[in-house]
Design a binder for this molecule. Structure first.
Ligand SMILES: [Zn+2]
Length: 209
């Protein structure tokens, strides 16, 4: 079960493909990759993404202690396959209180990661010279640059396996998680990673505007 697809960049409704175009169309953003969020059977959707996605399906491995999966989404149509994946996880913030983190892998111009980061452009425009965080992604050290995000969150972007890797955390001080040697694996490399995940209540950030 999934929701009707919406625009990855603005969550607005889309006009479906028709006789004249084989693309989904947003009034504001033109032709887009339709965004879907798994409402139920998030585990099954995740397993499907591991088989069909054109971009990585990042998840922390291991998950931070007491963290669970709080959302799964993707952007793309059945013809071309997912060109963006989003994995949301929730759990205790290192500084106390609840936190949520969304990891996005996407090809340029999809606009999913930048919407979550609070940007109005689909791709980061300029990155500072010095990255702020380093994680490990699919066995490679990966630099993440901070993005000027709204004050309720912290957002970072880097590049891994040839596409954008976004990491957005709520609240902003949950960014301390990135200092704890976060290791990410691509579910496409090892489908059994799903077996190690806990699935919990849906988070509130994957679909915020
Ligand atoms: Zn749009």
């Amino acid at each position: 079960m999934t929701t009707p697809p919406v625009c990855p960049a603005c969550l607005g409704g889309l006009a479906p493909p028709d006789l004249w175009s084989d693309r989904w169309r947003c009034e504001s953003h033109g032709d887009v990759e339709p965004f879907h969020e798994a409402r139920s059977s998030r585990e099954q959707v995740l397993r499907n993404l591991g088989r069909t996605s054109q971009v990585p399906v990042w998840l922390p491995s291991p998950m931070p202690v007491h963290w669970f999966v709080s959302g799964v989404g993707w952007a793309g149509d059945e013809r071309t396959g997912p060109h963006a994946t989003a994995f949301a996880a929730s759990g205790p913030s290192p500084v106390g209180g609840p936190a949520e983190m969304v990891l996005v892998a996407e090809t340029p111009r999809v606009g999913l990661g930048s919407r979550l980061a609070g940007l109005v452009v689909p791709d980061p425009e300029r990155l500072d010279e010095v990255p702020e965080a380093k994680i490990e992604a699919a066995g490679h050290p990966t630099a993440l640059w901070p993005i000027a995000a709204p004050p309720d969150r912290a957002a970072f972007v880097g590049e891994a396996l040839g596409v954008w890797l976004w990491c957005v955390l709520w609240p902003a001080d949950a960014a301390l998680l990135l200092l704890e040697h976060l290791v990410m694996e691509d579910l496409r490399d090892d489908p059994r990673l799903v077996d190690q995940l806990l699935f919990g209540a849906a988070g509130s950030h994957l679909s915020i505007r």
